[in-house]
Design a protein around this ligand. Structure first.
Ligand code: NDP
Length: 331
């Protein structure tokens, strides 16, 4: 395993980490979670990602039980939660100071830990002043309940505002952002956030490196029965990929699959290694519904050196989605 600094913080996270969206609490039970976490941990993974909204808290419960079952030493791994979707009640939603605090306490209890290493605002909340959320996060840090706080799918402008407020009032600024990043989704990480890496030392914990499995090539000829896009309650995700736009992307995946074959690596390895090539990525959060996937994906580090400049050019030609340079934002 290789380790990277989480932005300018002192925390060194494993370049590959493990998340639990869709899987823990839906496809994976406590015993399965234990096996996945142990396999990841034994391979050097030191960051496990979660959120209050995943399976309505069940995902955190299972992760907490599995970590306790394994008896992992608390000073050897980092665990996260995210606040935003805590339930159906109005007060269980968003980033008000009250919900940020209540959600943190609930996550600590489900995960069976005394503090969260990373705590994310899962989405921006346009109904709450950013200052209120920054202050709420700062207070949790002072109380020892959170070590680092960050955002997920915020815009560069919103992250900048959080920093401006933090600087003005002597509060702790966000240190990391959790954006989607993969071969089919690049703009935020490669273009929009570019000034933030230099200005704020922003770290990134990127999600869906395989675009929910699309980038493994397993959907090239239709939807496999035992796959995420065939799960009940995830019809919305299937619809995202099997509309006109999605079908164009699937065609690119078919071409990428042929390229992977040509250079002798698997499609999941090509996709994950491509994310790892970007030094702005602090950690690639893997998802796995079964052990064989995790075992395979953990080997993708070995494929990085096979993505030579020549191969990277061929990939660019296929995906044809390279974001324009910074001038794009000054126009
Ligand atoms: P991926 O894009 O890597 O998708 C993972 C899924 O793809 C697996 O659950 C599995 O689904 C399939 N898969 C994985 N590896 C293989 C393989 N080798 N061969 C075949 N199929 C494979 O990541 P996720 O979308 O799961 O995201 C990773 C993590 O990122 C999440 O767990 C969560 O922690 C975080 N996240 C954060 C979000 C945010 O808003 N901040 C949003 C989404 C995720 P199956 O077997 O069911 O087909």
């Amino acid at each position: 395993m290789k380790y990277r600094k989480l932005g300018k913080s002192g925390l060194k996270v494993s370049a590959l980490s493990l998340g639990s969206w869709v899987t823990f609490g839906k496809q994976v039970d406590r015993q399965g979670a234990k096996t996945l976490l142990k396999t990841a941990y034994d391979a050097g993974v030191n960051f496990f990602d979660n959120a209050e909204g995943y399976e309505a808290g069940k995902s955190e419960e299972i992760m907490g039980q599995a970590i306790a079952d394994l008896g992992l030493s608390r000073d050897t791994y980092a665990v996260s939660s995210k606040v935003f979707w805590g339930g159906k009640h109005k007060m269980q939603l968003g980033l008000s100071a009250k919900h940020v605090r209540d959600a943190c306490d609930a996550a600590l209890s489900r995960l069976q830990v005394d503090y969260l290493d990373l705590y994310f605002c899962h989405r921006p909340d346009i109904d709450t002043p950013i200052e209120e959320t920054v202050r709420a996060m700062h207070n949790l840090i002072l109380q020892g309940k959170v070590i680092y706080w960050g955002t997920s799918e915020w815009s560069a402008q919103q992250i900048t505002e959080a920093h401006t407020v933090a600087r003005a009032y002597g509060l702790t600024p966000p240190i990391m952002e959790q954006p989607q990043y993969n071969l089919l989704h690049r703009d935020k990480v490669e273009a929009e956030f570019r000034p933030l890496y230099e200005n704020f030392g922003l770290g990134t914990t990127i999600w869906s490196p395989l675009a929910s499995g699309i980038l493994t090539g397993k959907y090239n000829d239709g939807i496999p029965e035992d796959s995420r896009l065939n799960l009940p309650d995830y019809e919305w995700l299937r619809d995202l990929w099997f509309n006109e736009e999605g079908k164009k992307k699937l065609e690119k995946v078919r071409q990428l699959t042929a390229l992977a074959k040509e250079i002798g690596i698997s499609m999941p390895h090509l996709s994950i290694a491509w994310c790892l090539k970007n030094p702005r990525v602090s950690t690639v959060i893997l998802g796995a519904s079964r052990l064989s996937q995790l075992e395979d994906n953990l080997k993708s580090m070995d494929a990085v050196e096979q993505l030579t400049p020549d191969v990277m050019e061929k990939i660019e030609a296929i995906v044809d989605n390279k974001p324009a340079g910074p001038q794009r934002f000054g126009q």
